[in-house]
Write a protein that binds this ligand. Sequence first.
Ligand SMILES: [Zn+2]
Length: 250
Amino acid sequence: MSEFLPLDMLAFAPHPDDAELYCGGTLLLLKRAGRRTGIIDLTRGELSTRGNPDTRARETAEATRILQLDYRGNLSLPDGDIANTWENRITVAREIRRLRPRAVFLPYFRDRHPDHEHTSVLVREALFAAGLRKIETTDEDGLPQEAYRPPRAYYYMLTYEFEPGFTVDISAVQEEKLAAIRAYASQFNVRTSDAEPETYISRPEFLESLNGRSRRLGFYVGGEYGEGFIPLQMMRMEPEDMLGNGKMAK
Ligand SMILES: [Zn+2]
């Protein structure tokens, strides 16, 4: 018997901090609703211009505490070289079969950072492989794992934007989400007076831009802040669900 209970939602992130930035609000809302949440980072972010793996690990632990995650893992794949190989697909599929999440977040497949794109394809293919019975894997005790494919998966939006299939109103947890992002103190909101060089994400304008997008998406759905997603699978809609909650649109 695995020491982990099945998760409700599991987010895959190329680097520690990506899940906090791009789906952290929704993870916080699920936690508030009593759901079991987790994040698996594929790398330790060792190629980051600022900080080092030790500072990143401490910052990740603090962000994990703020998000109240039930599980946080790291696959230790090489940063800058996340390859969609058979071996890596099996590694990801083993985690999916072990944690048996009801739903998964994965990065969108078109982005500024190649690692983000590669993670998208790798996780998407691993989700499929995890459901194939003839792909055999074993758990940490060497026992065979059951095939399992999460019924739901959703792409989250990174640097490049897409037209979301739906938006989650995260206004209620916006401050906590920002606290989880600020836990990565070596990465964000640092001015150049610092000893390390400025990066694309270290300037305050990066977080301002992210908040601007979140503000806009939230506004569209009648809230203050939002996170947008695209479902990986065709979403079945019951005719009754099409009627909504009867509240007038803002
Ligand atoms: Zn990243």
